[in-house]
Design a protein around this ligand. Structure first.
Ligand SMILES: Cc1ncc(COP(=O)(O)O)c(C=O)c1O
Length: 272
Protein backbone atom coordinates (compact mmCIF):
# COMPACT_ATOMS: atom_id res chain seq x y z
CA UNK A 1 0.00 0.00 0.00
CA UNK A 2 1.36 3.41 -0.96
CA UNK A 3 0.85 6.08 1.69
CA UNK A 4 0.39 9.55 0.26
CA UNK A 5 1.44 12.09 2.91
CA UNK A 6 -1.02 14.90 3.63
CA UNK A 7 1.89 17.28 3.43
CA UNK A 8 5.42 16.27 2.55
CA UNK A 9 7.76 17.88 5.05
CA UNK A 10 10.97 16.64 3.49
CA UNK A 11 13.18 19.26 1.81
CA UNK A 12 13.92 18.00 -1.71
CA UNK A 13 16.00 21.03 -2.70
CA UNK A 14 19.65 20.36 -1.92
CA UNK A 15 20.38 24.08 -1.97
CA UNK A 16 17.75 24.74 0.70
CA UNK A 17 18.95 21.81 2.82
CA UNK A 18 22.51 23.11 2.71
CA UNK A 19 21.38 26.62 3.59
CA UNK A 20 19.47 25.34 6.63
CA UNK A 21 22.29 23.04 7.69
CA UNK A 22 24.69 25.99 7.57
CA UNK A 23 22.33 28.04 9.74
CA UNK A 24 22.10 25.17 12.24
CA UNK A 25 25.87 24.72 12.21
CA UNK A 26 26.31 28.36 13.24
CA UNK A 27 24.17 27.63 16.30
CA UNK A 28 26.19 24.49 17.08
CA UNK A 29 29.34 26.59 16.94
CA UNK A 30 28.22 29.38 19.27
CA UNK A 31 26.29 26.96 21.52
CA UNK A 32 23.54 29.27 22.78
CA UNK A 33 20.91 26.64 22.10
CA UNK A 34 17.90 28.31 23.75
CA UNK A 35 17.03 32.02 23.36
CA UNK A 36 20.33 32.55 21.55
CA UNK A 37 21.23 35.50 19.28
CA UNK A 38 19.14 34.16 16.39
CA UNK A 39 16.05 34.27 18.63
CA UNK A 40 16.67 37.97 19.41
CA UNK A 41 17.22 38.68 15.71
CA UNK A 42 14.05 36.79 14.85
CA UNK A 43 12.07 38.71 17.49
CA UNK A 44 13.34 42.09 16.27
CA UNK A 45 12.54 41.17 12.67
CA UNK A 46 9.01 40.03 13.55
CA UNK A 47 8.28 43.13 15.65
CA UNK A 48 9.32 45.29 12.71
CA UNK A 49 7.31 43.28 10.18
CA UNK A 50 4.18 43.58 12.32
CA UNK A 51 4.79 47.28 13.12
CA UNK A 52 4.91 46.46 16.84
CA UNK A 53 7.15 47.48 19.74
CA UNK A 54 8.10 43.88 20.49
CA UNK A 55 7.80 40.23 19.54
CA UNK A 56 8.61 37.26 21.78
CA UNK A 57 9.51 33.82 20.48
CA UNK A 58 7.90 30.82 22.17
CA UNK A 59 7.85 27.14 21.38
CA UNK A 60 4.42 26.88 19.72
CA UNK A 61 1.36 28.80 18.60
CA UNK A 62 -0.56 27.09 21.42
CA UNK A 63 1.89 28.50 23.97
CA UNK A 64 1.69 31.89 22.29
CA UNK A 65 -2.09 31.96 22.81
CA UNK A 66 -2.02 30.67 26.38
CA UNK A 67 0.82 32.95 27.53
CA UNK A 68 -0.68 35.97 25.83
CA UNK A 69 -4.12 35.48 27.42
CA UNK A 70 -2.60 34.76 30.80
CA UNK A 71 -0.18 37.66 30.45
CA UNK A 72 -3.12 39.98 29.79
CA UNK A 73 -4.78 38.87 33.01
CA UNK A 74 -7.52 36.67 31.53
CA UNK A 75 -8.57 34.11 34.13
CA UNK A 76 -11.35 32.40 36.09
CA UNK A 77 -14.74 34.12 35.82
CA UNK A 78 -13.87 35.74 32.47
CA UNK A 79 -15.31 34.97 29.07
CA UNK A 80 -13.42 35.19 25.78
CA UNK A 81 -15.38 35.34 22.53
CA UNK A 82 -13.86 33.29 19.73
CA UNK A 83 -14.85 30.89 16.95
CA UNK A 84 -15.14 27.12 17.04
CA UNK A 85 -13.86 27.00 13.43
CA UNK A 86 -10.21 26.78 14.42
CA UNK A 87 -7.70 24.28 15.63
CA UNK A 88 -8.61 23.16 19.18
CA UNK A 89 -5.60 25.11 20.52
CA UNK A 90 -7.62 28.35 20.44
CA UNK A 91 -10.36 27.13 22.78
CA UNK A 92 -7.89 25.12 24.89
CA UNK A 93 -5.71 28.16 25.54
CA UNK A 94 -8.73 30.10 26.83
CA UNK A 95 -9.90 27.17 28.98
CA UNK A 96 -6.43 26.66 30.48
CA UNK A 97 -6.41 30.22 31.83
CA UNK A 98 -9.60 29.33 33.74
CA UNK A 99 -11.75 31.54 31.48
CA UNK A 100 -14.67 30.30 29.39
CA UNK A 101 -14.52 30.23 25.58
CA UNK A 102 -17.75 31.54 24.06
CA UNK A 103 -18.29 30.75 20.39
CA UNK A 104 -19.66 33.34 17.99
CA UNK A 105 -21.09 32.43 14.59
CA UNK A 106 -19.04 32.71 11.44
CA UNK A 107 -19.87 34.55 8.23
CA UNK A 108 -19.57 33.44 4.62
CA UNK A 109 -15.81 33.91 4.48
CA UNK A 110 -15.59 31.43 7.43
CA UNK A 111 -14.30 34.14 9.78
CA UNK A 112 -16.01 35.30 12.97
CA UNK A 113 -19.13 37.41 12.43
CA UNK A 114 -18.95 40.80 14.24
CA UNK A 115 -22.78 40.92 14.51
CA UNK A 116 -22.79 37.60 16.34
CA UNK A 117 -19.91 38.86 18.54
CA UNK A 118 -21.94 41.96 19.51
CA UNK A 119 -24.84 39.78 20.63
CA UNK A 120 -22.58 37.83 22.99
CA UNK A 121 -21.13 40.82 24.83
CA UNK A 122 -21.83 40.87 28.58
CA UNK A 123 -19.87 42.15 31.61
CA UNK A 124 -17.93 38.88 31.92
CA UNK A 125 -16.40 39.21 28.43
CA UNK A 126 -12.78 40.38 28.79
CA UNK A 127 -11.45 39.69 25.31
CA UNK A 128 -12.18 38.86 21.67
CA UNK A 129 -9.96 36.22 20.08
CA UNK A 130 -10.72 36.14 16.34
CA UNK A 131 -8.97 33.55 14.17
CA UNK A 132 -7.79 34.56 10.69
CA UNK A 133 -9.06 31.32 9.24
CA UNK A 134 -6.82 29.84 6.51
CA UNK A 135 -4.96 33.13 6.37
CA UNK A 136 -7.88 35.44 5.52
CA UNK A 137 -7.84 38.32 7.99
CA UNK A 138 -11.09 38.91 9.96
CA UNK A 139 -13.05 42.14 9.79
CA UNK A 140 -10.74 43.77 12.30
CA UNK A 141 -12.21 47.26 11.87
CA UNK A 142 -15.61 46.12 13.17
CA UNK A 143 -14.11 43.92 15.87
CA UNK A 144 -11.89 46.79 17.07
CA UNK A 145 -14.96 49.05 17.24
CA UNK A 146 -16.76 46.49 19.44
CA UNK A 147 -13.66 46.07 21.63
CA UNK A 148 -13.33 49.85 22.06
CA UNK A 149 -17.04 50.36 22.82
CA UNK A 150 -16.99 47.73 25.57
CA UNK A 151 -13.45 48.31 26.78
CA UNK A 152 -12.35 44.73 26.10
CA UNK A 153 -9.14 43.32 24.69
CA UNK A 154 -8.70 42.28 21.07
CA UNK A 155 -6.16 39.52 20.40
CA UNK A 156 -5.45 38.03 16.99
CA UNK A 157 -5.10 34.29 16.59
CA UNK A 158 -2.91 34.80 13.55
CA UNK A 159 -1.56 31.23 13.66
CA UNK A 160 -2.59 30.63 10.04
CA UNK A 161 -1.99 34.14 8.75
CA UNK A 162 1.71 34.95 8.66
CA UNK A 163 2.31 37.31 5.73
CA UNK A 164 -1.41 38.07 5.19
CA UNK A 165 -2.65 41.65 4.83
CA UNK A 166 -5.98 43.44 5.07
CA UNK A 167 -6.17 46.78 3.25
CA UNK A 168 -2.38 46.93 3.42
CA UNK A 169 -2.24 46.23 7.16
CA UNK A 170 -0.36 43.10 8.11
CA UNK A 171 -1.55 40.24 10.34
CA UNK A 172 -0.11 40.82 13.79
CA UNK A 173 -0.58 44.58 13.70
CA UNK A 174 -4.21 44.71 14.90
CA UNK A 175 -5.62 44.98 18.41
CA UNK A 176 -3.74 44.55 21.69
CA UNK A 177 -1.58 41.57 20.78
CA UNK A 178 -1.26 38.79 18.22
CA UNK A 179 -0.23 35.14 18.36
CA UNK A 180 1.42 33.18 15.55
CA UNK A 181 2.19 29.53 14.99
CA UNK A 182 5.29 28.61 13.00
CA UNK A 183 4.88 24.86 13.13
CA UNK A 184 6.14 22.80 10.21
CA UNK A 185 2.88 23.07 8.27
CA UNK A 186 2.63 26.86 8.30
CA UNK A 187 3.63 29.17 5.44
CA UNK A 188 6.61 30.32 7.48
CA UNK A 189 7.60 27.02 9.03
CA UNK A 190 10.11 25.85 11.58
CA UNK A 191 11.49 22.31 11.33
CA UNK A 192 9.51 21.42 14.41
CA UNK A 193 7.46 23.58 16.78
CA UNK A 194 7.65 27.35 17.19
CA UNK A 195 5.48 30.41 17.62
CA UNK A 196 5.59 34.05 18.67
CA UNK A 197 3.57 36.80 20.30
CA UNK A 198 3.69 40.41 19.27
CA UNK A 199 2.32 43.61 20.80
CA UNK A 200 3.04 47.11 22.11
CA UNK A 201 2.20 46.83 25.81
CA UNK A 202 5.51 46.66 27.72
CA UNK A 203 3.90 45.19 30.86
CA UNK A 204 2.67 42.27 28.76
CA UNK A 205 6.11 41.93 27.17
CA UNK A 206 7.77 41.64 30.60
CA UNK A 207 5.20 39.17 31.85
CA UNK A 208 5.61 36.97 28.78
CA UNK A 209 9.38 37.01 29.29
CA UNK A 210 8.99 35.37 32.69
CA UNK A 211 5.92 33.28 31.87
CA UNK A 212 7.85 31.57 29.08
CA UNK A 213 10.56 30.50 31.53
CA UNK A 214 8.87 28.98 34.57
CA UNK A 215 7.84 32.37 35.95
CA UNK A 216 11.45 33.28 36.80
CA UNK A 217 12.94 36.76 36.53
CA UNK A 218 16.47 35.63 37.37
CA UNK A 219 18.23 32.57 38.80
CA UNK A 220 16.88 33.21 42.31
CA UNK A 221 13.32 34.47 41.92
CA UNK A 222 10.17 32.88 40.59
CA UNK A 223 7.36 35.44 40.57
CA UNK A 224 4.52 33.14 39.51
CA UNK A 225 4.16 29.48 38.55
CA UNK A 226 4.55 28.78 34.84
CA UNK A 227 6.03 26.16 32.54
CA UNK A 228 8.88 26.32 30.02
CA UNK A 229 7.95 27.76 26.61
CA UNK A 230 11.18 29.24 25.32
CA UNK A 231 12.11 29.18 21.64
CA UNK A 232 14.97 26.97 20.44
CA UNK A 233 17.76 28.89 18.73
CA UNK A 234 17.95 26.27 15.96
CA UNK A 235 14.31 26.96 15.06
CA UNK A 236 14.95 30.72 15.03
CA UNK A 237 17.96 30.18 12.74
CA UNK A 238 15.84 28.08 10.37
CA UNK A 239 13.01 30.62 10.44
CA UNK A 240 15.37 33.52 9.65
CA UNK A 241 16.74 31.59 6.67
CA UNK A 242 13.26 30.72 5.46
CA UNK A 243 12.09 34.27 5.98
CA UNK A 244 14.71 35.49 3.54
CA UNK A 245 13.05 33.29 0.87
CA UNK A 246 9.52 34.07 2.01
CA UNK A 247 8.85 36.94 -0.38
CA UNK A 248 9.59 34.71 -3.36
CA UNK A 249 7.32 31.99 -1.93
CA UNK A 250 4.51 34.52 -1.55
CA UNK A 251 5.03 35.91 -5.08
CA UNK A 252 5.01 32.37 -6.51
CA UNK A 253 1.78 31.59 -4.61
CA UNK A 254 0.20 34.82 -5.90
CA UNK A 255 1.22 33.97 -9.47
CA UNK A 256 -0.29 30.49 -9.08
CA UNK A 257 -3.49 31.94 -7.63
CA UNK A 258 -3.73 34.39 -10.55
CA UNK A 259 -3.12 31.58 -13.04
CA UNK A 260 -5.76 29.36 -11.38
CA UNK A 261 -8.36 32.13 -11.34
CA UNK A 262 -7.82 32.78 -15.07
CA UNK A 263 -7.87 29.05 -15.75
CA UNK A 264 -11.17 28.57 -13.90
CA UNK A 265 -12.75 31.40 -15.94
CA UNK A 266 -12.30 29.46 -19.20
CA UNK A 267 -13.59 26.16 -17.84
CA UNK A 268 -17.32 25.37 -17.72
CA UNK A 269 -18.67 25.39 -14.18
CA UNK A 270 -18.97 21.59 -13.85
CA UNK A 271 -15.26 21.16 -14.67
CA UNK A 272 -14.01 23.55 -12.01
C1 LIG B 1 -5.80 28.86 14.36
C2 LIG B 1 -4.74 28.14 15.12
N1 LIG B 1 -4.49 28.51 16.39
C3 LIG B 1 -3.51 27.93 17.10
C4 LIG B 1 -2.74 26.91 16.58
C5 LIG B 1 -1.71 26.25 17.43
O1 LIG B 1 -0.43 26.37 16.91
P1 LIG B 1 0.69 25.27 17.21
O2 LIG B 1 0.39 24.06 16.42
O3 LIG B 1 1.98 25.94 16.77
O4 LIG B 1 0.68 25.02 18.67
C6 LIG B 1 -2.96 26.49 15.26
C7 LIG B 1 -2.14 25.44 14.66
O5 LIG B 1 -2.38 24.92 13.62
C8 LIG B 1 -3.99 27.12 14.51
O6 LIG B 1 -4.23 26.77 13.25
Amino acid sequence: MKIIPFLNLSIPSEAERLELLNAIDTVFQHGRIILGPEVSEFENTMAKRCGRKWAKGVNSGSDALYLCLRGLGIGPGDEVITTSLSWIATANAITLTGAKPVFADIQEDLNIDPISVSRLINPKVKALLPVHYTGKICNMEKLQKIANEHNILLIEDAAQAFGAKRYGKTAGSFGDAACFSLNSMKVLAACGEAGFITGDNTTLQERIEWLRYNGTINRESCVEPALNSRMDTIQAAILLKRLSNFKKKLTDAEKLQHFMSNFSKILPLNQK
